[in-house]
Design a protein around this ligand. Structure first.
Ligand code: HEC
Length: 181
């Protein structure tokens, strides 16, 4: 029993030492282009999912999914999000120069298959160690819901909202500006 315990402790120390060695000698990837760490994406996604699941609002959105709110959400999106997440007719170059990449949210499925409360959580809190900022100090609560509703319904937006988005441009807003600085 005693030698088992000692063996166990030694094994733990060896693992901790190897992990420390990996990070302290510059072996871990840090550049955007570098190959991802073993399990990097999987662990990050698991952590994010578990946390959001725990914390996202469980009650229905206080803002209604209607044309007026989609349009308000589209204004927020064009000003604060398109710079990284692109527009229906225009991809964001900045978004694809990040690791992880900023998904193009008005193209393909986007987040139309996520609960709107999950998107709201991400908008309010941001996603740590990625390019996704928190917007809690820059958007009102209703604005955060409006842009989340827009994204949840991105595949079935009314013509007025689609027309508005079609007139917007990705480069018009710099990243700093998008945070209101
Ligand atoms: C400076 C760049 C940047 C800006 C500005 C930005 N985002 Fe993001 N966003 C990202 C990145 C990078 C990710 C990917 C993070 C990841 O993979 O975990 C992301 C992820 C997301 C996700 C999760 C997507 C998914 O597939 O689960 C949502 C939703 C989102 N952003 C919404 C927004 C909204 C709404 C705005 C504007 C209010 C915004 N973002 C502004 C960079 C940005």
């Amino acid at each position: 029993m005693r030698s088992f315990v000692i063996g166990f402790i030694v094994a733990l120390l060896v693992v901790a030492g190897a992990v420390y060695f990996y990070f302290s000698t510059g072996a871990a990837p840090v550049a955007v282009d570098a190959q991802a760490m073993p399990f990097e994406r999987k662990l990050a996604q698991k952590a994010l999912h578990a946390r959001v699941e725990k914390e996202m609002p469980k009650t229905p959105p206080p803002v209604q999914a209607n044309e007026e709110n989609f349009l308000a959400g589209a204004h927020v999106y064009a000003e604060h999000c398109a710079v990284c997440h692109g527009l229906p007719q225009e991809d964001s170059e900045m978004g694809s120069a990040e690791f992880p990449r900023a998904p193009q949210l008005l193209k393909g499925t986007g987040v139309t298959d996520d609960p709107v409360a999950e998107t709201y959580w991400k908008v309010v809190n941001g996603i740590r160690l990625t390019g996704m900022p928190q917007f809690k100090h820059h958007l009102s609560d209703s604005q955060s819901w409006q842009v989340s509703l827009l994204l949840a319904n991105a595949n079935k937006l009314p013509a007025s909202v689609q027309q508005y988005l079609a007139t917007q441009h990705v480069e018009a807003h710099e990243a700093g500006e998008s945070l209101g600085h």
